[in-house]
Design a binder for this molecule. Structure first.
Ligand SMILES: C[S@@+](CC[C@H](N)C(=O)[O-])C[C@H]1O[C@@H](n2cnc3c(N)ncnc32)[C@H](O)[C@@H]1O
Length: 212
């Protein structure tokens, strides 16, 4: 069940992207955040970011999921050399994990492919332990991003920083930081899973975002 256009899927599988993603994008997204314990990467594609994550954080146990079985197969064989990585096929809107199973969830350039992104955020919050972090980056809703995605025909739902901040707060996150980069085309985000009941989580304060 591929959700990306052939053009985007080919780009994501290219050696150029794999090298750039691991060497440049991952350090930029993580900044000074360390990944420890059980980490879930959603929409991991062919494992470009996961390979560098496993190399940098060898004591982390990394689970990588993707909805596209072709991506999963490629990632599984690329990441087989790492003893600390598991790859599985799963949809972020229906995660097959116990509540509070992960210390961190990472999301790199994938959320804009998820039409039901509010359910995705709810599921991510559920599998994170209280205090666990969601860290990632994505496109922002710019004219350029809309034109490119309409042209390549892939299903998409590109968020504004404010929509993401509100969605995170409603899903049960606090200390939400969203930084705009690359002339506003990309947003980096970081948020912590609040503790509490679904009722108190629904009253979470709105998040905020800032230009970088
Ligand atoms: C643009 S690629 C990014 C891949 C990888 N994160 C990277 O940075 O190289 C987006 C990925 O998200 C996956 N994806 C899209 N919707 C998904 C969903 N609902 N659940 C899990 N993965 C999904 C796609 O199959 C694709 O592999």
């Amino acid at each position: 069940m591929p959700v990306m256009s052939a053009v985007e899927a080919t780009f994501c599988r290219s050696a150029l992207w794999r090298s750039f993603a691991g060497r440049r994008v991952l350090p930029w997204v993580l900044a000074d955040h360390l990944l420890t314990g059980e980490v879930l990467e959603i929409g991991g594609g062919v494992g470009a970011m996961a390979a560098e994550t496993a190399r940098r954080f060898p004591i982390t146990r990394l689970t990588v999921i993707d909805v596209d079985p072709v991506m999963v197969e490629v990632a599984r064989s690329r990441l087989a050399r790492f003893g600390n990585v598991t790859v599985a096929r799963a949809d972020v809107t229906n995660l097959p994990f116990e509540p509070a199973s992960f210390d961190a969830v990472t999301s790199y350039l994938m959320l804009h492919h998820v039409i039901d992104w509010t359910e995705a955020l709810t599921q991510i919050a559920q599998v994170l332990r209280p205090g666990g972090a969601l860290i990632g980056y994505d496109l922002t809703d710019t004219r350029l991003a809309r034109v490119v995605h309409r042209a390549d025909g892939s299903p998409h739902r590109i968020l504004t920083p404010a929509e993401l901040a509100d969605g995170l707060a409603l899903a049960g996150f606090a200390q939400i930081t969203i930084g705009l980069s690359w002339h506003g085309h990309l947003m980096r985000f970081h948020a912590l899973r609040r503790s509490g009941t679904p009722e108190t989580l629904a009253q979470a304060p709105a998040g905020h975002f800032r230009p970088e």
